[in-house]
Design a protein around this ligand. Sequence first.
Ligand code: SAH
Length: 224
Amino acid sequence: MTGEKRAIRGIGMTSARTRERLVQRLGETGISNHAVLERIRSVPRHLFVDEALASRAYEDSALPIGQGQTISQPWVVALMTQALIAGADLPLKKVLEVGTGCGYQTAVLSPFVRQVFTIERISGLQQAARTRLNELGFDNVRYRHGDGFKGWPGQAPFDGIIVAAAPPEVPGALLEQLNEGGRLIIPVGPSGQQDLVRYTRRGDQYLREQLSRVSFVPLVEGTG
Ligand code: SAH
């Protein structure tokens, strides 16, 4: 066996066991949606991080992806996805994702949605995510290099919006771009101590539910 093949097999064997352990752990910590747990089991998270970190890909932790950014913790991705789709008619038609990063959340979300629209402010990350997701066969994703504070007005309204970085306050443009009954899942607050919140649109009103205390990188205005 070549060194390369051995390395790939090594990761494969580690990941089968450690993926199972990860799914079990999420099941014990509030992730009850089986379809979401199945996504965590099947999306190859080790392909979304640098090779040097691949052996840690099925730990329930955020990991660096370059440019000072991180791949979100699997538990957080699962919680946000579960909060978005709970009780909804699937697939949702249009979902906006703010903060593509490496594209892991996009991959988890993809089969629950007819069309995913994803925005990233750092061009290098956006291009790498697009290449990776194309190679993995995700063909229902549209990409934009831009500032997620503004949403994607040309494609609104959305049935759901997921934001993977934390603004100090909820951006009005994102609330406005929700469809009737649409949900916005967003961390809000200062660095390191945010509330993950779900807003549900009812006409001009928004139902606000607090989901958890979380720690995200900040949502930064403008493009990088
Ligand atoms: N969704 C990723 C998490 C990425 S971390 C995952 O699945 O792991 C958050 C990302 O949000 C970073 O890539 C960061 O560059 C991006 N970001 C921060 N502010 C933004 C903004 N205003 N518009 C779009 N993306 C933004």
